[in-house]
Design a protein around this ligand. Structure first.
Ligand code: PBG
Ligand code: ZN
Length: 322
């Protein structure tokens, strides 16, 4: 007897009925790059459709996003003073802190603000921690990251997201937040972050490329899947509220493995080059960009991601694809 799997594919209604994976606009977080100044909108060449905004322009763009339901954003600060010890990272007047205050003044709790916590945009050498003898020093970096997270919370951030990959940073940030009455501020850890060429366009956008060397002594080796799960579990033990896999497209197996090994919500980060590849190929007329974008989004959800951080979030919401 022929097994007739095609019965349930006959028309759109039955296909919808049996669809195993669903997306909701509530799953998406939209990243923003913010720069100091006023009235600035700088398109990022390597990421068609994405711009750096000064805080006033950020407020305007977020307002447009809110109208279509983009109510969770991730902030990256660009162009702050760079130093060996990254002290500007925890200044109370960084562009990130200013942006949070302005956004909260305008939108209050209608907008959920996540901030990236990392030193690479604040160090002269562009590494994610303090450099000594050409090696990124783990423990001396922890307190600076914790102070940076605290500054963001004090400015009004709803959640902090450390992306540096130092050992022990989730615990250090948790302790700092708790000691300062921010015990209710969650940590979304970039727990499982690979040393990846897929961050190329972001480093242009955020001006955060390492001047010398690479990030392989702290970000993960992409050949390792067991270690990837271990990283997520360690962060859970240190107090992370959400764990993340980054990048996403080439790491669907890792998303699944982490999903199966933690009870925390699992996020994935559809990173800059993943975005750029889809956009540029579509612009050149070589692929159907709209369809490729959504095929990718469903793949993340099917692999087990509960939360998707993506530069496509705004377009997906505007076009009503979810
Ligand atoms: C900073 C950071 C990076 C990204 C997010 N946070 C770059 C890096 O680690 O080099 C990449 C995001 C993207 O490519 O979209 N540590
Ligand atoms: Zn970094």
């Amino acid at each position: 007897m022929i097994q007739r799997t095609r019965r349930l594919r006959k028309n759109p209604i039955i296909r919808e009925l049996v669809a195993e994976t669903r997306l909701s606009k509530d799953m998406f977080i939209y990243p923003y790059f913010v720069v100091k100044g006023n009235n600035i909108t700088q398109p990022i060449e390597a990421m068609p459709g994405i711009s750096r905004f000064s805080p006033d322009q950020l407020v305007k763009d977020v307002e447009k996003g809110l109208k279509v339901g983009v109510n969770k954003i991730l902030l990256f600060g660009v162009g702050e003073d760079k130093s060996e010890d990254a002290h500007s990272a925890y200044d109370h007047n960084t562009v990130v802190a200013d942006s949070i205050r302005q956004l909260k003044k305008n939108f209050g709790n209608d907008l959920y603000i996540v901030t990236d916590v990392c030193l690479c945009a604040y160090t002269t050498h562009g590494h994610c921690g303090i450099l000594h003898n050409d090696y990124v020093q783990n423990d001396p970096t922890l307190n600076i990251l914790a102070k940076m997270a605290l500054t963001h919370a004090q400015a009004g951030a709803d959640m902090v997201a450390p992306s540096d990959m130092m050992d022990g940073r989730v615990g250090a940030i948790r302790e700092m937040l708790d000691e300062n009455n921010f015990e209710s501020t969650p940590i979304m850890s970039y727990s499982t972050k690979f040393a990846s060429a897929y961050y190329g366009p972001f480093r242009e956008a955020a001006d955060s490329a390492p001047g010398k060397g690479d990030r392989k002594s702290y970000q993960m080796d992409y050949r390792n899947a067991h270690e990837a799960v271990r990283e997520a579990i360690i962060d859970e033990q240190e107090g992370a509220d959400i764990v993340m896999i980054k990048p996403a497209l080439a790491y669907l197996d890792v998303i699944r493995a982490v999903r199966d090994n933690t009870d925390l919500p699992v996020a994935c980060y559809n990173v800059s080059a993943e975005y750029t590849m889809a956009k540029v190929a579509a612009k050149a007329g070589l692929v159907d960009g709209d369809r490729i974008i959504m095929e990718n989004m469903y793949a993340f959800a099917r692999a087990g991601a509960n939360i998707i951080i993506t530069y496509h979030a705004r377009e997906i919401a505007e076009k009503g694809w979810v």
